[in-house]
Design a protein around this ligand. Structure first.
Ligand SMILES: [Zn+2]
Length: 244
């Protein structure tokens, strides 16, 4: 009876280990995909900000162009009036206005050149971020593909293991199942371990000789006195012939 239960417990741990391993693979692929998706949204937000900045600078530049055109028109008007000047006072007024328009043109030209320079650099920045976004989009597609592949590879196996797990759980005494679950939840998923050379292979603490004998005999469901994991006899060490 105990021997059967111990065998079922071993089977249960084996199946649980497999499920954990496959779940971890799936989780890892999901996390990877999520990370790439996150950096894509960050890059897209960055692109949005840069495009907005480029738009603002472009608007400034257009306004500046209009203002420059206004000053140039004013200059043309003033110059056209030169021919009608009759008094030296009128001449003085034209000179003042000419000089003011000239200054205005110079100021606007300088500011316009600055706007154009800024626009050029922000446009380069936008292009750079666009390329970055495109690269991350490719990474995301690749991450989605590998997640789908992992899911495809693990789905069937996990379902099979879960069925086996349910079969074992139903076949076992409820008290043993409860104990197994409790230990598994408290001991990082590892509830059933081999005893080897009179020691627990999980926590490496020594097992009293009498208890070790009982473990080897599979006569009872025994727990490690230190870590409380369920102990099973050591599996025969597999000897593989090495050809040199
Ligand atoms: Zn132990």
């Amino acid at each position: 009876m105990a021997a059967d239960v111990l065998e079922q417990l071993e089977g249960l741990q084996r199946v649980a280990d497999e499920i954990d391993r496959l779940d971890a693979r799936r989780r890892e692929a999901t996390e990877q995909r999520d990370q790439v998706a996150e950096s894509l949204s960050a890059a897209q937000a960055e692109l949005g900000r840069s495009e907005e900045k480029a738009h603002t600078i472009d608007m400034e530049r257009r306004k500046r162009e209009l203002a420059l055109k206004g000053e140039r028109d004013r200059m043309a008007r003033v110059k056209s009036r030169l021919g009608e000047v009759k008094t030296s006072r009128e001449y003085q007024a034209v000179l003042t206005e000419t000089s003011s328009a000239k200054q205005g043109i110079a100021d606007h030209e300088e500011a316009l050149a600055k706007d154009e320079q800024e626009l050029e650099s922000i446009t380069a920045e936008v292009d750079h971020i666009k390329a970055k976004v495109a690269g991350i989009e490719e990474d995301l597609a690749a991450a989605e593909r590998s997640l789908a592949k992992v899911a495809e590879e693990t789905d069937g196996t996990v379902a099979r293991h879960r069925a086996e797990e349910s079969r074992l759980l139903e076949a076992m005494p409820a008290a043993v199942v409860d104990r197994y679950r409790l230990i598994r939840s408290r001991r990082g998923g590892l509830a059933v371990v081999q005893a080897r050379d009179e020691a627990c292979t999980a926590c490496f603490m020594r097992i009293p000789p009498q208890m070790y004998i009982e473990v080897i005999r599979r006569s009872k469901v025994l727990q490690c006195p230190n870590c409380h994991r369920i102990l099973v006899p050591p599996h025969p060490v597999e000897v593989t012939a090495e050809v040199e």
